[in-house]
Each structure stands twice: as structure tokens, then as C-alpha cells.
Ligand binder design. Structure first.
Ligand code: ADP
Ligand code: MG
Length: 313
């Protein structure tokens, strides 16, 4: 029987630059179309780390080129730009793949605002890596030039880091639900959503942050009453003792088992930890809900219960 599935696409589903993304989305579209062909209802969300970093750097260069002509571009606007062009690439590729298979289904992207709490402690402690990897020297130069913060990212190199508050609510959720219920394939909450907070009256103000797409996708899946949250990333399964000689891939976990491994520090913050946290939160949110962490190319096998790390009660 068909399930309602929210799929969070990680960086490897999108590539690291414009030409890579054009190629990557073709393969992504095939994996998604497989699930739609199997009768599932699919809602897509995606990350934007490399893309929002690229846009932010480009906008900062523009401002530096002529500060009187070009005012600085807020990070929330950079997130909105990344949602727009990633959504375009995804809906373009998925439309083509579905039509090639004789499936007439509309695909549409919703520019999504996600509410955050201005008192979230994340604003005082930037942890979310964005943009390209750098050497320590390059990162320190960037920090000095742009006044941004940089940090080492899970043993892979240095990157800019920005505040990553928790998502509190999806502003456009009724529009998204209406489109999903009418049979469209919807791309929403891209890059974790455009972070906004309430000010006076009905005004929503953009926040200087990038929400983790794993957490935003968890909220999206709960609010759409999805059966499954699938987080597609660069590894087939989550592991304990990751990268060590005694590494062990994980198959099925209860939320309690996953929490035990989290407490022992097996999942890197900013990469695997938010995925496991989001998976645990979704699996706990209602009976029958499960979360799956696996590779893009293994999505169909994962839904069939053949691979991936599954978290369920
Ligand atoms: P995405 O763009 O999909 O969000 P991330 O780079 O944020 O990808 O997170 C996935 C990465 O997390 C994996 O490629 C892997 O290098 C890293 N990782 C950290 N800890 C673990 C772990 N315990 N098990 C598996 N992967 C891990
Ligand atoms: Mg990530």
C-alpha cells in the first residue's frame, strides 16, 4: 500500500556547484520517481549548505565591489534564493523523469518560511557549517575579511558556521498540505526553510540563520501526518564507532537505543547527529511512524526494508 513519505535530500543529492547540481538532480529524480511509481505519495525537502554559502559569498563580493550601490544581503534572503534555484532544478528534473515514465503529476516548489525563536540559544553559538571547505588559513582570512565565524567540520576541513535555531512551525503548512492532498509532488522547507520570527502585528522578520533541514523535515513530516521520514545522505547507514576499526553499521533501532548511542557520542554534531535526533523525534511523535536514514540510490530498497538505518518504536 502507498505511504505518505517526506524525503529530506542531503548534499550528495544536489552536488556542490551549479553544473554538479544539474547532473545530480537527474539521478535524484530517478530515485524519487521510483517511489512515486511504487505508489507512494512523496514530499521533498532538501539541504542548502554549499549553495547558501556560495550565494552569501557572491553577495558579499558584490557589496565589497561598491558598498554605496549594493547593500549587504541578509542571510535569510540568501536562503530564499537557494530555495528558489534548488527548487527549480528539482522540479525541472522530476517533471521530465515522471513524464518519461508516463506519469502525469504536477511538481511544484513552495517558498517556505519557518518560524524560529529569537531567544533560541543557537543565535549566540553558531554551529551550522555552510559553503565550501577551506584550509585553516583560508578560513581565518575569510573570517577576518567578512567578520563571520569559521570552524572545523567533522574532520573534513574548515567552513563558515552560522546560527542554526530549531524550527518552531511552518508558516505555509496549509498551502503545502493542500497541494499534497490534491496529488502534487511538493518541494518544501528547502534549506531548512527561510528562518523568520514574529515581530509586531503580522510581520515576520528574516533571521540571520540557517535551519538544519533534518529538523525542518521532521516538523514537515509530522504536520503532514506522514508515515515515514526518509533522510537521504552520503552513507547507507548510521554507524557506531564511525570511521574507527570497530565501526558497526546500524540496522533497526528503537528511539531509546538511538538515544543511548547519542549519549555515547557516536554521531557527529552538525552531520549525523541532527539526522538521528530528527529520526527519533519523528518515530516517537505517533504510533506507526518510522524514520529511515540511507543513501539516495538505496531509497527504494530502504522503503522495502532491505537496507538503511530504521528508527521505530
Ligand atoms: P547531508 O548533506 O546529507 O546532511 P552531512 O554531511 O551533514 O550530509 O551528514 C552525513 C555525514 O555524516 C556522512 O557522510 C558521514 O561522513 C558523517 N557521519 C558522522 N557520524 C556518523 C556516524 N556515526 N555514522 C555515519 N555517518 C556519520
Ligand atoms: Mg547535513
Amino acid at each position: 500500500m502507498g505511504k505518505r513519505i517526506v524525503i529530506a535530500l542531503g548534499g550528495n543529492a544536489l552536488g556542490k556547484n551549479l553544473p554538479e547540481q544539474m547532473m545530480a538532480v537527474k539521478q535524484t529524480a530517478r530515485a524519487i520517481a521510483d517511489l512515486i511509481e511504487d505508489g507512494h505519495q512523496v514530499i521533498l525537502s532538501h539541504g542548502n549548505g554549499p549553495q547558501v554559502g556560495m550565494i552569501q559569498n557572491a553577495m558579499a563580493m558584490l557589496t565589497r565591489s561598491d558598498p554605496e550601490k549594493y547593500v549587504p544581503c541578509p542571510l535569510s534572503v540568501c536562503v530564499a534564493m537557494s530555495q528558489g534555484y534548488i527548487g527549480y532544478d528539482l522540479q525541472n528534473a522530476l517533471r521530465e523523469e515522471l513524464l518519461d515514465r508516463g506519469i502525469e503529476k504536477g511538481v511544484a516548489t513552495v517558498l517556505t518560511q519557518v518560524e524560529v525563536d529569537p531567544a533560541d540559544p543557537a543565535f549566540a553559538n553558531p554551529t551550522k557549517p555552510i559553503g565550501a571547505f577551506m584550509t585553516r588559513e583560508e578560513a581565518e582570512q575569510l573570517a577576518a575579511k567578512q567578520g563571520c565565524q569559521v570552524a572545523e567540520d567533522a574532520g573534513r576541513g574548515w567552513r563558515q558556521v552560522v546560527a542554526s535555531p530549531r524550527p518552531q512551525g511552518i508558516v505555509e503548512i496549509d498551502s503545502i498540505r493542500g497541494m499534497v492532498d490534491s496529488g502534487l509532488v511538493v518541494v518544501a522547507c528547502g534549506g531548512g526553510g527561510i528562518p523568520v520570527f514574529k515581530t509586531e502585528g503580522h510581520h515576520l522578520k528574516g533571521a540571520a540563520a540557517v535551519i538544519d533541514k533534518d529538523f525542518a523535515s521532521c516538523v514537515l513530516a509530522q504536520q503532514l501526518n506522514a508515515d515515514t521520514l526518509i533522510i537521504l545522505t552520503a552513507v547507507e547507514k548510521a554507524a557506531v564507532n564511525f570511521g574507527k576499526p570497530n565501526q558497526k553499521w546500524l540496522d533497526a533501532l528503537t528511539p531509546e537505543e538511538a538515544e543511548g548511542y547519542m549519549a555515547e557520542g557516536h554521531f557527529a554534531p552538525g552531520s549525523m547527529l541532527p539526522k538521528v535526533q530528527a529520526a527519533v523525534e519523528f518515530a516517537r511523535s505517533a504510533p506507526g511512524r518510522s524514520a529511515l536514514i540511507t543513501l539516495l540510490e538505496k531509497a527504494r530498497d530502504g522503503v522495502a526494508g532491505k537496507t538503511g538505518t530504521v528508527i521505530r518504536q
